[in-house]
Design a protein around this ligand. Structure first.
Ligand code: ADP
Ligand code: MG
Length: 250
């Protein structure tokens, strides 16, 4: 399997279009997207509701097939993979974080985080040990046994991020990860995601229309009506309060 190196973009889109439906119901959700996103960076994909952010993220993550154009992730052209290969590629290289956390309510925090490893065939004990380690690195060591319903929104999102990272993916995609959170918690989560990008030269891609978090991106791609209209690089905000993330792994 190819791996990301810093002089190669983690994500490369060329002329990507996506149409939903046909005839009178045709929606041109993406209209020719060219985009490169880099390892070690937190990239923001921003723009008004309906401009195509979730569609683009889904295409990048191999959940949706584009109509035209090429998408390469970590140097692999997704269009050349069979559906089965794509599922495996996703499972190995991509982590997902959603607005509504999507945790399993009957499982504890540590069990939720262990799920991707169990699905990949890890033994329960090894999966739980690894999940515990990731949660501890996020300052969640005292909530391992808590059910999601007993956690705050910010804590639930930390669990969801831990779950996205537990299999060490090189690309992490997040769809509106702060929009269910208050401003302060949103900032903590964004700093955590920045650390996630820097720690292991991961590419972290955050879709958001939450202007309160724009300052945390290394790169901001602005979308309008299915196209990228501007790409801006900036030195992101650090913030004073560190969001924990120190992982010691083999
Ligand atoms: P955003 O995430 O920026 O709000 P989306 O990518 O969800 O935008 O949607 C882009 C456009 O595609 C919108 O016009 C939306 O209504 C349309 N769309 C999204 N998903 C579907 C779908 N499954 N079927 C038909 N149209 C869709
Ligand atoms: Mg969306």
């Amino acid at each position: 399997m190819p791996t990301a190196i810093s002089h190669q973009p983690a994500i490369r889109c060329r002329g990507v279009t996506k149409d939903y439906g046909t005839g009178n119901a045709l929606v041109r959700a993406l209209r020719g997207v060219d985009l490169e996103l880099w390892p070690g960076e937190l990239s923001l994909l921003v723009g008004p509701s309906g401009c195509g952010k979730t569609t683009l993220l889904s295409v990048i993550a191999g959940i949706l097939d584009q109509s035209e154009g090429d998408v390469a992730v970590l140097g692999t052209d997704l269009g050349r993979l069979s559906n089965r290969q794509k599922v495996r590629f996703r499972g190995r290289h991509i982590g997902f974080v959603f607005q509504q956390f999507n945790l399993l309510p009957a499982l504890s925090a540590v069990e939720n985080v262990s799920v991707p490893l169990v699905l990949q065939g890890y033994r329960k004990r090894a999966a739980m040990a690894r999940a515990e380690q990731v949660l501890k690195s996020m300052g969640m060591g005292d909530r391992l046994a808590s059910l999601p319903g007993k956690l705050s929104g910010g804590q639930q999102q930390r669990v969801a991020i831990a779950r996205a990272l537990v299999h060490e993916p090189q690309v992490v995609v997040c769809d509106e990860p702060t929009s269910a959170l208050d401003a302060k918690t949103g900032h903590v989560i964004m700093r955590l995601l920045r650390n996630v990008a820097m720690e292991r030269e991961r590419a972290v891609i955050v879709v958001t229309h939450d202007a309160r978090v724009f300052e945390f991106g290394d790169r901001i791609a602005r979308m309008e009506d299915g196209q990228i209209v501007e790409i801006q690089q900036q030195t992101p905000a650090r913030g004073d309060e560190p969001a924990t993330l120190t992982m010691k792994t083999a």
